[in-house]
Design a protein around this ligand. Structure first.
Ligand code: PLP
Length: 391
């Protein structure tokens, strides 16, 4: 556990870094420098050989602005270490290459880029990847017996908000000597902390809720020191470090993470309830609805239900496209977690790369609209959806 886990999450979000500024600034300045000077060769070697902590070279992550970010991130997830990356995909790639070489099992649905990396690129390097849907979870044992050593999943998933039991999957994987990595992007550490539930790694696209303003691209991987050290050289030599300016922007965003996510949660709940039973909507996928299949599990392992929900429009694909195009406050854009609300059709964006048959197998229909509920007034958002559904 990082030192600052004694404080509550809201305090950690603001005071999570030990990095202090010589001039009294409450937050570390942006060190855009690429390299750092030493008083002597002996001092330089102490840092190069890892005997003393210190700044050295920014691509290695040895830069005070990066340290400050990583300390705060670790505190938020209750991780011993957090490492920053230039994107969520960079964090996943470093994880898969360092800990997935004996085979990776991906459970359930995942972000389209993750699925493509696992299905198309990693096998080119000889890495065996396996995919099981939630309905096939019984096959997990068989795949673990087969020797795969990394289990990866999102919960809630993208875009059907399916939930997986982190404690149960971790127990099963550990019994076979495998590690568990959870993509916690949708939930954020405010709503779910997988390491406390037995996961070994947490990965985030910090581009989403952690950044929170749709103005930065970043990622992070968290876990114990023992498990993150083997990732170090991959991050360093793949050149996956984020720029100090982006790190500073992300640290700035983390200070408001708690209040932002609480508001996302409340507004998404209001939108989900308004959409439930709406004559133009056939289904609402949101963990905060008591009738949603994952609701009980969500209550058991989450602290909030999140800002993401998916609705299925009554009618055909053209009707769903019409609703998406008529929305005024929900911008038609393939991301999530920002201050502004977004709408996306999984068929045209996140899951465009899958065949229609594969989308159908995964329960992703052509009439689905995924909503990222932003920080606007929820009544205005509901009114926007109602006008788009009415036309
Ligand atoms: N994980 C999830 C759940 C995502 O939604 C995304 C991107 O949309 C990623 C990972 C990849 O993150 P990035 O775009 O920061 O590389």
């Amino acid at each position: 556990m990082s030192e600052n886990t004694a404080h509550s999450l809201a305090t950690r979000a603001i005071h999570g870094s030990k990095q202090k500024d010589a001039h009294g600034s409450p937050y570390p300045p942006v060190y855009n420098t690429t390299t750092f000077a030493f008083a002597s060769t002996a001092d330089l070697l102490d840092v190069v050989d890892g005997r003393k902590p210190g700044s050295l070279y920014t691509r290695y992550g040895l830069n005070p602005t990066i340290f400050a970010l990583e300390e705060t991130l670790a505190g938020l997830e209750g991780a011993e270490l957090a490492w920053a990356f230039c994107s969520g995909m960079a964090a996943e790639t470093a994880l898969f290459l360092s800990h997935g070489r004996d085979g990776i099992i991906c459970i359930g649905d995942a972000y389209g880029g993750t699925l493509e990396l696992l299905a198309a690129q990693l096998p080119l390097l000889g890495i065996r990847t396996h995919f099981i849907l939630g309905s096939e979870i019984d096959r997990l044992d068989e795949l673990l017996v087969g020797g795969a050593k990394l289990v990866f999943f999102e919960t809630p998933t993208n875009p059907t908000l399916e939930l997986f039991d982190i404690r149960a999957i971790a127990a099963k994987a550990h019994a076979h000597g495998a590690r568990v990595a959870v993509d916690n992007t949708f939930a954020s550490p405010v709503n779910q902390r997988p390491l406390e539930l037995g996961a070994d790694f947490v990965v985030h696209s910090a581009t989403k809720y952690l950044g929170g303003h749709s103005d930065l691209t970043a990622g992070t991987l968290m876990g114990t020191k023992e498990l993150l050290l083997p990732v170090w050289n991959w991050r360093k030599n793949l050149g996956s470090m984020l720029a100090p300016e982006t790190a500073s922007l992300l640290s700035r965003s983390l200070r408001t993470l708690i209040v932002r996510v609480q508001r996302h949660n409340a507004s998404a709940q209001a939108v989900a309830e308004a959409m439930l039973g709406h004559p133009g909507v056939s289904r609402v996928f949101y963990p905060g609805l008591p009738e949603f299949p994952g609701h009980a599990l969500a209550k058991g392992q989450m602290h909030g239900f999140g800002g993401m929900l998916t609705i299925e429009i009554k009618g055909d694909v053209a009707d769903a496209t019409g609703v998406a195009d008529r929305l005024r406050l929900f911008a038609l854009a393939p991301s999530l977690g920002g201050a502004e609300s977004l709408v996306t059709q999984p068929r045209t964006t996140t899951h465009h790369g899958l065949t229609p048959e594969e989308r159908a197998r995964r329960g992703i229909s052509d009439t689905m609209l995924r909503l990222s509920v932003g920080l606007e007034d929820p009544d205005d958002l509901i009114a926007d959806l109602e006008q788009a559904l009415r036309s």
